[in-house]
Ligand binder design. Structure first.
Ligand SMILES: Cc1cc2nc3c(=O)[nH]c(=O)nc-3n(C[C@H](O)[C@H](O)[C@H](O)COP(=O)(O)OP(=O)(O)OC[C@H]3O[C@@H](n4cnc5c(N)ncnc54)[C@H](O)[C@@H]3O)c2cc1C
Length: 507
């Protein structure tokens, strides 16, 4: 019997492990709900809610091809052992998972168990992330080649067996607390397909321009991130849909193309970044916990201000754009890139908090939490990679640029509902109308200068440069050409040039 172990690949389409296993004979499609994983500090009720939607749909899809999803609750090794005792397992199949340190350690235990029982474990890489990568040279070209391969067809039939499922525990039983989330996205593949379609044919035309403002981004961004994180869609499926749409747009007369060519270019780059960042964690798992560049280990070591952290977490820093974004994130589980970067930068620079605790808090709030992207971005926005330019987002300027009339702020910070437009980004200048909204917890200018001085004093150091070279060699994206066409991780000239100068480039 073949066990197909579903992890973060909750679909039957473009699922190589499932399709190949189905050819081998009797199959058990299995999902293991691991309570210990859900007890980790980066896990949350909102992610669990999304997962449950995904599992419900996956089960329905599997039933259509002959075998329902078998859900077991417990430790992966114990569950596999129990299954093996009832139905000897001839092969274990899964995708190759690059997730957090806990899943890595669990996979090591499963590997030992499988070896001990001489059970082959076939792990399939689906997103262009390479295990045991020797060099970053050629990475983007290889990624493109992987994505261009045809998507794997779902099996038409699964020869199943009778094995009873456990009931999924309630979130509370896993220690997952209610946290203000009430406007979130629905999980499951059907929702993912609707989002993909509406993004590529309706919502996405102004993506390049509208991705930066939280007033427009909720609608103009694809909103596919949680689906990619849970694998209801594969990156390759999105890549193919994008290519098809690109061909359609190319065939339109120039005036009918509108802003689609720029949108397609911007989106295509970001799809590759998704995997580019996961590759970093695959290559260097310690970045979940430690600074990428060790020179920054001296910074923010013993200075964690708990009061600042608490104010940041609940959206009460006194900076309206920060607080509106945090409150929106708490309620919806999503935020656009620029505002995520601003929240992280404010915590790390203005509040001078080490990035690890803010990273865990944001991880819990993001339904789309993807460790590979998350920890790389947290470090990038905290200035600890040593290889990126330092960007300290000014929250007042971000407000003025991306919410000029203060509508987004007013909708999430009701205390400022009646604050005039002229004062909305500096409400302390009209303190009589603050309506209980707090005064700024730090002085923006002074805090920014303090942080910049500290960071730049380290960057100037010659030892810093030595280590930087090594990091660039190991992790940085390369500009390469394939058949005369540039394939790199950086944004090409054109529509989204503005973002590139404003910090939305990967490294
Ligand atoms: C501090 C911080 C933490 C982040 N943590 C996460 C995370 O845990 N999970 C996550 O998916 N994204 C994370 N991002 C990246 C980015 O903000 C989200 O991918 C994006 O906002 C998701 O919305 P979307 O699907 O509508 O994106 P779109 O703009 O529609 O982009 C499509 C897809 O491209 C990928 N993508 C887009 N931007 C980036 C980027 N800058 N880096 C890598 N991949 C990208 C994502 O998979 C996304 O779903 C983080 C960014 C920052 C600054």
């Amino acid at each position: 019997m073949q066990v197909i172990w579903f992890k973060r690949d909750l679909r039957i389409h473009d699922h190589t492990a499932l399709t190949l296993a189905s050819i081998e004979g009797t199959c058990m499609p299995l999902y293991i709900l691991e309570p210990t994983l859900w007890h980790q500090a980066d896990m949350s009720q909102r992610q669990y809610q999304f997962l449950k939607d995904c599992l419900t749909e996956l089960d329905l899809e599997l039933q259509k091809i002959g075998q329902h999803l078998i859900i077991k609750v417990g430790d992966a090794v114990s569950i596999l052992q129990e299954i093996n005792e009832s139905f000897p397992v001839s092969g274990l199949w899964s995708h190759q998972e690059t997730w957090n340190s806990w899943t890595y350690a669990r996979d090591k235990r499963v590997e030992s168990w499988a070896d001990m029982h001489s059970i082959p474990w076939f792990q399939h890489a689906g997103n262009g992330v390479v295990r045991h990568l020797k060099t970053r040279n050629g990475w983007a070209i290889n990624w493109n080649e992987q994505m261009k391969k045809p998507v794997t067809e779902a099996p038409h039939y699964l020869k199943g067996l009778d094995f009873c499922s456990d009931t999924l525990p309630a979130a509370e039983a896993l220690g997952l607390k209610e946290d203000g989330y009430h406007l979130g996205q629905r999980g499951g593949r059907s929702e993912a397909l609707l989002l993909l379609d509406s993004f590529l044919y309706e919502r996405g035309e102004r993506y390049t321009k509208e991705m930066s403002s939280p007033s427009t981004a909720f609608d103009s961004c694809s909103r596919l991130s949680a689906h990619l994180a849970f694998g209801t869609l594969s990156v390759r499926e999105v890549f193919h849909a994008l290519e098809a749409r690109n061909q359609e747009i190319k065939s339109l007369p120039p005036l009918a193309k509108g802003k689609w060519p720029s949108a397609i270019r911007s989106f295509s780059g970001r799809l590759r970044w998704h995997c580019h960042f996961i590759q970093k964690l695959e290559d260097e798992p310690r970045i979940e916990f430690e600074n990428l560049h060790s020179a920054y280990d001296r910074l923010r070591r013993d200075e964690f201000n708990v009061d600042y952290f608490e104010a940041w977490k609940v959206g009460e820093t006194g900076y309206p754009m920060i607080d509106a974004c945090m409150r929106a994130l708490v309620a919806t589980g999503w935020l656009n890139f620029r505002m995520r970067a601003m929240l992280a930068s404010f915590a790390s620079f203005h509040l001078w908090l080490h990035w690890r605790q803010p990273a865990l808090h944001l991880a819990r709030l993001f339904v789309d939490y993807e460790p590979g992207i998350h920890y790389s971005q947290m470090q990038m926005q905290s200035g600890t990679t040593g290889i990126n330019s330092i960007r300290i987002y000014n929250p007042i300027k971000q407000g003025i640029d991306h919410d000029p009339d203060g509508e987004f702020i007013r909708s999430w910070v009701p205390e400022l509902k009646n604050m005039p437009k002229e004062n909305i980004h500096r409400p302390w200048e009209l303190s009589a109308q603050m309506n209980g909204y707090p005064m700024p917890i730090v002085d923006e200018k002074k805090a920014r200068k303090f942080a910049a001085d500290k960071i730049y004093s380290i960057r100037k150091n010659t030892e810093h440069k030595q280590e930087t070279k090594q990091i660039v060699k190991k992790h940085a994206s390369r500009k390469q050409t394939t058949k005369g066409k540039k394939v790199s991780d950086s944004i090409k000239k054109g529509g989204d040039k503005k973002q590139s100068s404003q910090g939305e480039l990967p490294f």
